[in-house]
Design a protein around this ligand. Structure first.
Ligand code: AMP
Length: 183
């Protein structure tokens, strides 16, 4: 199973990815989690990433791509991966396409979990993470519209795009996700 879980922050990608990862025994590759860990570890990548993340901006493509390339070559990604929070820009999507093609990955899917903006805003306010302050939240949603939304069009063009309604219970969203995964 090789999928991208797509959608703005707060849409439930992390929760769903975690559950899918357990059932299908493929790793959840969350670039946000990896970057937060890099910051916690005080690595060079973490230091560079922090100033962008604190502002709600995207971390530059070259840093994120290097990190993802290394991660998905690891052994546990052999039978698949669930990408959560990646790709977020067209160059990231293009690089991922080269990896998918080079590795003959079949049935690759980008699945959007879709939730109305006002509900996302409420969810993010309740989550209360450091990068979930109101100003940063708004900035992240703007960044999403500007830089990440085109990624959706990219996957529509190549007919890899699927969409499910995320404004339902965690269980219902999960079941709908599995239906799409089995197509
Ligand atoms: P997330 O937990 O996925 O919402 O990510 C938190 C923050 O990490 C984002 O607001 C970005 O600053 C950074 N980030 C995570 N994934 C990416 C990515 N694929 N490209 C660039 N920046 C990213």
């Amino acid at each position: 199973m090789h999928i991208i879980l797509f959608g703005p922050p707060g849409v439930g990608k992390g929760t769903q990815a975690e559950n899918l990862s357990k059932e299908f025994v493929v790793p959840q590759v969350s670039t946000g989690d990896m970057l937060r860990k890099a910051i916690k570890d005080g690595s060079e990548l973490g230091l560079k990433a922090k100033k962008y993340m604190d502002k709600g901006e995207l971390v530059p493509d070259d840093l994120v791509l290097k990190m993802v390339q290394i991660r998905i070559q690891e052994d546990d990604c052999k039978n698949g991966f669930i990408l959560d929070g990646f790709p977020r820009t067209i160059p990231q999507a293009e690089e991922l396409t080269s990896i998918v093609l080079a590795n003959n990955i079949p049935k690759f899917k980008c699945i959007e979990i879709s939730v109305p903006d006002d509900i996302i805003l409420e969810r993010l306010k309740m989550r209360g993470r450091k990068d979930d302050q109101l100003n940063t939240i708004k900035k992240r949603l703007v960044v999403y519209q500007k830089q990440t939304y085109p990624v959706k069009e990219y996957y529509k063009k190549v007919k890899r795009f699927y969409k499910i309604d995320g404004n339902k219970s965690i269980e219902e969203v999960y079941n709908n996700l599995k239906e799409v995964i089995n197509i």
